[in-house]
Design a protein around this ligand. Structure first.
Ligand code: GDP
Ligand code: MN
Length: 398
């Protein structure tokens, strides 16, 4: 589950990580009130107004703006709230902005230069350990740094047995070229950032940029945080931070009825039991010249009710031109699944306008095919994988 920048920063602050302070606002009036309060608390006279959407690159897309007084706070938040923000990480339609973070300006001039670093904590799947990834090249697209100057990205692997050691934090501060106060600040930053990651059951904490201010403070200017979905049951405070407006509406609905559904761009809807078979089915669709419109694993209990729910979810996607049902009858018998499909078809009546290809394999597969073939419904049945592929090709050519 992904969080907004302001929520990620709240978590960071609760673990003692220094952050660029700010307050979230739903409208220009709240933004102005937030700015006034910020000035009382921090003494700042300039502010940044930051669109809160689940996408990076907001700066480039015009979603991060400097405001030098309260009038600018009002006009900038007026312009940003309600806009469809397009960034390199969103679709061309953009993401609707519902709220902004009004934050203190931390790029003020002073004794020394400001510097922007990159730092993230994440699970390195190849070593099975958490690691800290960091770079002097902060503020910009880290994928670009990784592609063109990979030697500027460092990693530090953390032992699960002993956790992060102070020498590792010092090594990071050293590699980032820091000394004096900034060095000490950075070691504290790293230690508390890692603690935040570990104790919130996160799968990612990405801070880009980590800023060294002109008076040698180290703080988080941005925060991209993902909490492990499987840990949400024991992290209620974070679970409550979920913002469904940021998530795909069909996926939210599918998850609510317990279906494992991921929305994709293609035109062939698929309904499959088991994640492995679902992946193979998506390959099959591609090889037949189609593009999968979704990943959908209906799980072990493919009864009529579930099949119908799955149909309804798939049909919500206007791009679907055909549906391929590929179910292996192991525990569930194929004839029962066939009955389920017919039941759903009858219940949904003319809601189903696209051709349906059904491949049932396993227990009672032949009987299931017979049931479908004799049903008089516009369902094309197949027993073999290749047969199903050919039929997908056939209906796509129509
Ligand atoms: P992102 O573009 O979505 O990654 O959003 P960020 O929170 O990283 O902000 C984008 C950029 O805005 C940063 O890299 C900074 O250059 C700039 N920025 C953020 N906070 C401030 C601030 O307090 N003052 C100034 N002048 N610039 C800021
Ligand atoms: Mn950023």
């Amino acid at each position: 589950m992904n969080l907004h920048e302001y929520q990620g920063k709240e978590i960071l602050a609760s673990f003692g990580v220094r952050i660029q302070r700010g307050m979230v606002a739903q409208n220009p009036e709240e933004a102005v009130a937030a700015a006034k309060q910020l000035t009382e608390e921090t003494g700042t006279s300039w502010y940044v107004v930051k669109a809160q959407v689940h996408a990076g690159g907001r700066g480039k897309g015009g979603g991060v703006k400097l405001a030098k007084n309260l009038e600018e706070i009002a006009s900038i938040s007026e312009a940003i709230i309600g806009m469809d923000l397009v960034t390199p990480q969103t679709s061309t339609a953009g993401k609707r902005v519902h709220q902004v973070l009004v934050a203190e300006d931390v790029y003020y001039p002073g004794e020394s230069e400001t510097s922007e670093f990159y730092m993230s904590v994440l699970l390195d799947r190849s070593s099975g350990r958490n690691m800290i990834m960091y770079s002097t090249e902060g503020g910009m697209d880290i994928e670009e740094v990784a592609e063109h100057t990979p030697h500027l990205i460092f990693t530090e692997t953390i032992s699960p047995a002993v956790g992060i050691m102070p020498f590792q934090a010092r090594k990071i501060a050293f590699n980032l070229g820091l000394s004096g106060t900034a060095f000490k600040e950075m070691t504290k930053f790293v230690m508390s950032l890692y603690k935040a990651y570990e104790e919130s059951d996160a799968s990612l904490f990405e801070i880009n940029p980590v800023l060294k201010t002109s008076d040698d403070k180290i703080l988080a200017v941005d925060a991209k945080v993902s909490i492990d979905d499987n840990a949400l049951y024991r992290r209620k405070v974070y679970a409550d931070m979920r913002d469904l407006r940021e998530e795909n509406a069909i996926e939210v609905e599918a998850n609510a009825v317990g279906l494992n559904y991921v929305d994709l761009d293609g035109n062939v809807g698929c309904m499959v039991n088991g994640a492995g078979l679902a992946m193979a089915t998506m390959d099959l669709i591609k090889m037949a010249g189609g593009e999968p419109a979704n990943f959908l694993d209906v799980g072990g209990t493919a009864d009529a009710k579930r099949v119908e729910e799955a149909f309804r979810i798939i049909l919500k996607d206007p791009n679907v031109k055909a549906i391929l049902i590929n179910i292996f009858g192991g525990i569930v018998r194929c004839d029962r699944v066939a009955q389920g499909i017919l039941g759903a078809y009858k219940n949904m009546g003319d809601a189903i306008k696209v051709p349906i290809i059904v491949r049932l394999q396993g227990t009672n597969a032949e009987l299931a095919k017979e049931i479908l073939d004799n049903s008089g419904l516009a369902v094309k049945s197949a027993v073999q994988f290749q047969e199903a592929a050919d039929k997908v090709k056939e209906v796509l050519a129509l």
